[in-house]
Write a protein that binds this ligand. Sequence first.
Ligand code: ZN
Length: 145
Amino acid sequence: MSYGLAQCGSCRRPRIIDLSKKASVCPYCGTESRTDMISVFYRSESQEAVREALAQATSFIPLDALEKRKKIAEADPYSTMVYRYEHCSDLNGKMVILAEGLTEIKGTFTMDDVREIAGDRAEKMVSAMLDRCIIFEVRHGVYRA
Ligand SMILES: [Zn+2]
């Protein structure tokens, strides 16, 4: 048995084909292609390896990776928040993640807590969060969402 990562000649979507078969039908558009006519980017005896290559090609996250991430989230909400913060590209989103995350984990937080995650941007972020009513100051220098 041998599997390949190929691209459908018709709809261009990446998919896994069984190279031991003469033809394969695209699950997305239904086009049947001859296996020897499809360009194969990656081939392996292991279906698992090809599936991983497909996952990278489509940036689809395999279920077990999602499960792992969920376990990390349950075990360590702080790292999860930092991870979400770092992977959020929009500033407003980052502020909401920080404000809600820190409030959930610590109850209230200070500039130092923000600085640990946001570094030099901490002061600007805190004043922007106050401006946008994402957080409020419960007492001097202590904030919550
Ligand atoms: Zn197709």
